[in-house]
Design a protein. Structure first.
Lengths: 322, 500
């Protein structure tokens, strides 16, 4: 057990932070711990968590996916357009859009792994291109409302549990199996730790890299569709917030932003921390501008305390003094 | 009077003695060659002279005055400049910006005086008849040889009284090398001292007035260049090593060919290499550094591109990447040169490192079986006597020797029976070295075929069944049985006339 704690110190730290944050929030805003409020917090965290799932894989592999906002947005808008408020078309629209998200991921992955384009440039470019495509497609006009089935998936409940929380749980299980119990996970950590060593060890580095971006495309597209159900309709810019939160959730969850370490279980805590924070700050009666400033500063602080990047820097500084 | 006099010079790096009581003296107006095997202390010596490294003991006199530079700038202020093998140029700057870097001519406003810089550059290039270099060329567009020439210009721009050339000809094509040799004589004629390091005996013969031989960090001999034979020099460079480090060599090679290579070429570094490695054989690959050994090993493993035919166990194979090399029993595995950069995940555990190449083997229905993995890890840790607290210990915290054993273990687990070992004992303690040699002989006895490069010649002499000596990207000689000796290897590696 102690070995487990030592190895996963940063993940444990993220959960401890989550609990502390919950208690502090409850202090400032009585009723925060009520069942209904916790339920809505988990639902909001699930959107962050699902987008951050793909981001976790990409970051562990040593990359980053900045195309998340418009993959999410595109899936949301195209779904609303194709379904026109009806449930039936979802049967083919959902698989189609998941495949679309995976395809964007494939392009990102091939660009990075086969053509050596830096991940930041590659994914930023696909993000902008998708944004342009969607603007051309919609002309900026609003879309029909979301199909009822999608609304059920994002705000409905089964036996008192939000459906989306159950989906999130299932995805967490799959991600954990992939990272901890599959050869793919081992290859992924090796790739993120040192691409050269991984290559010299016979790891299929290109295939592994591409797969992480495909997963990220899938989860971003899936989250986009669910989010449409949550807000009742799709609108331009609905994915913007998820760029920052998906990366912050991974970092707060203890992954090194340089790759090679971290786990989705940590990202889950990271998503919760971020969402609780957005619940705490309004209780402090700050203006919306001040709110954003505090939000950003708190995230910066949280990431700095936990992240290995920072710990590594601290180590370097200490050595120089010594 | 001597321009430089060095007495009792010593330098230690931790427990390793790089220089011990080395002496050296040289006059203005001479070309003085510095000779020695890899690791003899030449590099440390010139690093101290050029201000890059500070010595622990002994004295250096330049012009009769104590000399102990704090950094390369201080060395240059005393008129000493060095041209190293590893280039110090900035790819984004132009040729002239590199030549005058941090010593640019200034205007009254202290900005760079471009016109003056151009004028001085052209004057310098003209004075020493530099081969085609344009001052405004961006450095990144130049070939390695051209960069080497810029580096020489940069050294000369400081108008040094002592110029150190560290294997400056090794990156140059024949014509440019010729030019450099003439330049060296010209500099000496101007009254400068040129300290010239080269592994090419013919060059040393052509230009050196005197030569100093280093071995194991000490000065062995000083000769007038025309009063000593090549063989004498080679013998003095090698000296004698007495060691019980090496296991008994029992010939275990069979007639079966494990690896057959024909017309193997890669860029300009490897040209038309042919050889056959037999089952049960340890085949050494020797020669001076930088003559294609690295390219040979990396290309065979698929880590860099090459042309030519390769057969493994009688079957033609095409290996485009390491993944295609590590194909189980019929595969070919590499213990790479750069242990920390290519071999090991330093921040991961011994277990994760050992099983990285074969992790698929432990999966059932796509899920890893930790028990089966742990069992095999334990077996390998015991077999190789890897000293780690637990298999969960991070590889980066192990000693150099144990790190090397982990890499061996990783490659043995792939079950490949053709092993490429590139300098596997470098930075490894003596005890582990002995274990590695024993392991190599044991594996050979089991039918493994081993291609073995070492930068330490005695290892080749005592461990290998046969030795291929490489020179200029090709195989200069194949030595067998009693013909394997340090002298014969060095002779084949250095003396053009003795090509076999």
């Amino acid at each position: 057990m102690s070995a487990f704690l030592a190895r996963n110190r940063l993940i444990v730290l993220a959960y401890a932070g989550m609990v502390v944050l919950l208690l502090v929030t409850a202090l400032f805003s009585p009723g925060f711990l009520s069942v209904s409020n916790m339920r809505s917090t988990v639902v909001l965290a699930a959107f962050v968590g699902i987008v951050a799932l793909g981001q976790t894989f990409v970051i562990i592999g040593g990359g980053i996916d900045l195309s998340v906002p418009w993959v999410l947005n595109s899936a949301a808008i195209v779904m609303a357009l194709l379904c026109g408020g009806q449930d039936v078309p979802l049967v083919w629209v959902m698989p189609l859009l998941l495949a679309g998200g995976a395809f964007i991921g494939l392009i990102n992955g091939v660009g990075v792994a086969q053509f050596g384009v830096p991940p930041i440039i590659m994914t930023l470019a696909t993000n902008v291109i998708l944004q342009g495509l969607i603007l051309v497609l919609t002309g900026g006009s609003p879309t029909p409302s979301a199909p009822a089935l999608i609304q059920f998936l994002s705000v409905g409940r089964i036996g008192g549990f939000p459906v989306i929380a159950l989906i999130w749980l299932a995805l967490t299980l799959v991600a954990t199996l992939l990272l901890s119990k599959a050869a793919f996970g081992r290859h992924l950590y090796a790739l993120g730790t040192s691409a050269t060593v991984a290559e010299f060890s016979g790891v299929p580095t290109a295939r592994t890299t591409i797969l992480t971006y495909v997963i990220s495309g899938l989860t971003a597209a899936f989250a986009g569709m669910l989010l449409t159900g949550y807000s009742g309709q799709a609108y331009l810019g609905m994915g913007d917030a998820y760029l920052f939160t998906s990366i912050a959730a991974v970092a707060i969850g203890g992954a090194s932003i340089l790759g090679g370490s971290g786990h989705y279980l940590g990202t889950v805590a990271g998503a919760m921390v971020l969402t609780i924070l957005t619940g705490l700050l309004p209780a402090l009666n700050l203006s919306s501008g001040a709110l954003l400033i505090v939000y950003g500063a708190v995230i910066l602080l949280t990431v700095s305390i936990g992240s290995e990047t920072f710990a590594g820097l601290g180590g370097r500084l200490r050595r120089r003094e010594g | 009077m001597d321009l430089v006099t060095v007495k009792g010079l010593s330098k230690r790096y931790g427990g390793i003695v790089a220089l011990s009581e080395a002496t050296f003296s040289a006059r203005a107006g001479e070309v003085h060659a510095l000779l020695g095997e890899n690791g003899a202390g030449k590099s440390t010596f010139i690093q101290i002279l050029s201000g890059a490294v500070r010595h622990d003991g002994g004295s250096i006199l330049v012009d009769g005055q104590d000399y102990r530079p704090a950094n390369p700038d201080a060395a240059q202020a005393r008129g000493i400049a060095a041209v190293f093998q590893e280039l110090s140029l900035i790819p984004d700057l132009s040729v002239e910006q590199n030549i005058w870097f941090r010593h640019e001519p200034r205007t009254l406003l202290s900005t760079v005086n471009r016109a003056e810089m151009r004028r001085k550059t052209l004057a310098l290039l003209d004075k020493y008849k530099f081969p085609a270099l344009r001052p405004e060329q961006e450095l990144r567009r130049l070939t390695l040889a051209e960069r080497q020439i810029v580096e020489i210009a940069k050294g000369l721009a400081k108008d040094p009284r002592i110029l150190i050339l560290d294997e400056a000809t090794s990156a140059l094509p024949a014509r440019e090398a010729e030019w450099l040799l003439k330049l060296t004589r010209q500099l000496a004629a101007e009254g400068r001292l040129v300290i010239f390091i080269s592994h090419r005996m013919a060059e040393v013969r052509a230009i050196a007035d005197r030569l100093t031989i280093f071995r194991n960090g000490s000065t062995i001999a000083v000769h007038e260049a025309n009063a000593v034979s090549d063989n004498e020099i080679v013998t003095q460079m090698i000296g004698r090593h007495l060691d019980r480090l090496y296991p008994e060599r029992i010939a275990t090679a069979t007639d079966r060919i494990a690896l057959k290579v024909k017309g193997f070429s890669s860029g300009s570094r490897l040209s038309g290499v042919d050889f056959a490695l037999r089952e049960g054989e340890v085949l050494g690959v020797g020669g001076l550094q930088g003559h294609g050994q690295r390219e040979l090993f990396q290309s065979l493993f698929g880590a860099s591109k090459a042309s030519g035919t390769v057969e493994l166990w009688g079957k033609p194979v095409s290996i485009g990447n390491p993944r295609q090399a590590l194909t189980g029993k019929d595969g070919i595995a590499l213990v790479p040169e750069d242990r920390r950069g290519q071999g090991l995940l330093l921040t991961k555990s011994v277990r994760e490192n050992l099983t990285l190449s074969v992790i698929k083997r432990f999966t059932e229905n796509g899920l890893l079986s930790r028990q089966r993995e742990a069992a095999l890890v334990k077996e390998m840790v015991d077999f190789l006597r890897i000293k780690a607290g637990t298999p969960e210990q991070l590889a980066g915290t192990l000693s150099g020797g144990n790190q090397q054993k982990v890499i061996f273990g990783k490659m043995l687990l792939t079950q490949a029976r053709v092993l490429l070992l590139y300098d596997p004992t470098r930075g490894v303690d003596v005890g582990t070295k002995g274990e590695i040699f024993q392991l190599m002989r044991d594996l050979a006895a089991k039918g493994y075929a081993i291609l073995f490069h070492s930068s330490d010649m005695p290892e080749l002499v005592h461990v290998a069944d046969r030795v291929l000596v490489m020179r200029n990207g090709g195989i200069a000689a194949t030595l067998e049985g009693d013909r394997i000796s340090e002298a014969s290897i060095l002779r084949a590696a250095m003396l053009e006339s003795e090509a076999a």
